[in-house]
Write a protein that binds this ligand. Structure first.
Ligand code: ACO
Length: 327
């Protein structure tokens, strides 16, 4: 089995910044409510003439540059997304073409917000066995295309972005992937849905009229699940690796709600200083949340080579995934 190294990271967020103050001019909300209930202050919205593949391409270009590899050498491309450009072809095929890749195995991975970490796990298996050599894993979402601006409890949470990572194999370096953890609790599928447009409820005037093409969420149920599953994953991954909380240099949680992160941190009694937050500036960017945070922290020099990073995420499904990596 081959060792794996993290060769490079990249991220991209659209230029348009939307503040809580702006949202409070178009709906019944306030900066105070959003900040205290979620920790979010601003988020980035995709331009009207762009789509998810455009976000993914920009993040990928940065990752390819930082990894110092040739795009044509990438033989595996996985995109975690739940806001694909269209139902088919996959966004990965479109991104492969836009980047000029040389016929890689390319596919989308739909696991809600867990898509990127699921993708990390899938790519790791391909590289470990030597079946693929260089993997580009992207988390990209333009969730604001599907948020209902008449539903103040959901639309204030989301922003658009992409993050990317390049993994390669290396025999002469320490293995970067120390632990992978994934699961699904399908009994919670009903708590976060985009009901229409699939085979169950094909698009019709009625699905449009009933706002069935927008995201529907039971925030309270997801909140409880998120705290519980984050603690569960951290405990299990520490057990599996034999690491202690003190061995972890950085915790990267899914950037959904500051109160979810803080509740998990408090229950596990570790220092908040080790937690990297980006949701105040970017909001919940779904599959992009983890790779965006990793890439920003790496660019800022906060995550350094050799650091041990623990990440956990949850999402529609309800899916969940975690990993401990050596940077
Ligand atoms: N502005 C002002 N008031 C609001 C807003 C808003 N934007 N949204 C809701 N309220 C009101 C409600 O109407 C309610 O009023 P009422 O008491 O008069 O009925 C009150 O605030 C409290 O509403 P709750 O829903 O109880 O608020 P809560 O504290 O649960 O916060 C939130 C809601 C932020 C959605 C929270 O439940 C949450 O973050 N849940 C997790 C969501 C999540 O993580 N989703 C993503 C997971 S997967 C993925 O990332 C795609």
């Amino acid at each position: 089995m081959k060792n794996i190294v993290i060769k490079g990271t990249g991220h991209f967020a659209p230029k348009r910044i939307v503040t809580n103050e702006y949202l409070s001019t178009i709906m019944d909300t306030s900066d105070e409510w959003i900040k205290t209930r979620t920790g979010i202050e601003t988020r980035h919205y995709i331009d009207d003439d762009k789509c998810t593949s455009d976000l993914a391409v920009e993040a990928a270009k940065m990752a390819i540059k930082s990894a110092n590899i040739k795009p044509e050498d990438i033989d595996l491309l996985v995109i975690g997304t739940s806001s694909q450009d269209m139902i088919y072809p996959s966004t990965a095929c479109i991104v492969s073409d836009k980047l000029g890749l040389n016929r890689p195995m390319a596919f989308d991975l739909q696991a809600g917000c867990s898509g990127f970490v699921y993708g990390l796990s899938v790519a790791t298996q391909f590289l470990r066995t030597g079946h693929k050599k260089i993997a580009l894993i992207i988390g990209a979402d333009a969730i604001t295309r599907f948020t209902d601006f008449t539903d103040r409890a959901t639309c204030v949470l989301f922003g658009d972005a992409a993050g990317a990572i390049i993994l390669t194999t290396a025999d002469d370096e320490e293995d970067a992937i120390l632990c992978l953890y994934e699961g699904t609790d399908g009994s919670g599928a009903k708590y976060l849905t985009l009901p229409a447009g699939g085979s169950k409820e094909p698009a019709s005037p009625l699905t449009v009229e009933n706002r069935r093409h927008f995201l529907h969420m039971n925030g309270k149920e997801i909140f409880k699940f998120a705290v519980r599953i984050s603690i569960h994953m951290i405990t299990k991954m520490l057990e599996e690796t034999g690491l202690s909380i003190d061995d972890i240099d950085h915790f990267v949680f899914h950037q959904a709600n500051m109160r979810i992160i803080d509740a998990a941190v408090e229950r596990m009694s570790f220092s908040k200083e080790k937690v990297i937050y980006t949701l105040n500036e970017y909001g919940n960017t779904s599959s992009a949340s983890i790779p965006l945070t990793l890439s920003l922290a790496s660019e800022q020099g906060r995550i350094k080579k050799g650091d041990i990073v623990l990440m956990v995420v949850f999402g529609s499904g309800l899916t969940y995934a975690g990993s401990i990596v050596r940077w």
